[in-house]
Design a protein around this ligand. Structure first.
Ligand SMILES: [Zn+2]
Length: 142
């Protein structure tokens, strides 16, 4: 599970190019914007800042974050390509943006758990696709 050693399969297609990209050497980059007016960072990438409407530049966000809340999804959704049950977590990145992500972690995630955003390669109808998931960091607090 998790990212493949030595980079991702270059034939895998990114599910949403506003959210991430796979660089030429197979590295995963989490994309967002930095507002040129107010400095806010947000995700996914877009032309204008969702806070103030100012112009924005695309930037790479830190993949480090913390769980705000977690739940378990039991309903299958074809577009997710993930078989339930799986966890769905709301995470706040260290850069500020809040993302909703699936997680295939084997243990329950809890508020306050440190996570990293990592690529999740799934079998799409037209070949492998790359989505994102939240992966726990270090040991859990019991
Ligand atoms: Zn702004």
């Amino acid at each position: 599970m998790g990212a493949a050693e030595g980079g991702l399969d270059s034939s895998a297609k990114v599910l949403d190019g506003r959210r991430m990209e796979i660089t030429g050497d197979g590295a995963f980059a989490l994309l967002g914007i930095r507002c040129l007016s107010c400095g806010a960072r947000s995700h996914p990438a877009r032309r204008h800042c969702p806070s103030c409407g100012g112009p924005a530049e695309v930037t790479q966000l830190s993949t480090a974050g913390e769980v705000i809340v977690a739940t378990v999804a039991h309903t299958a959704r074809a577009e997710l390509l993930i078989q339930p049950p799986y966890q769905v977590v709301l995470v706040r990145l260290s850069d500020g943006p809040v993302l909703k992500l699936p997680s295939l972690a084997s243990r329950p995630l809890r508020a306050g758990d440190a996570i990293t955003v990592e690529p999740l390669v799934l079998a799409g109808a037209a070949g492998p696709v790359v989505a994102m998931q939240a992966c726990p960091v270090g040991s859990f607090r019991e």
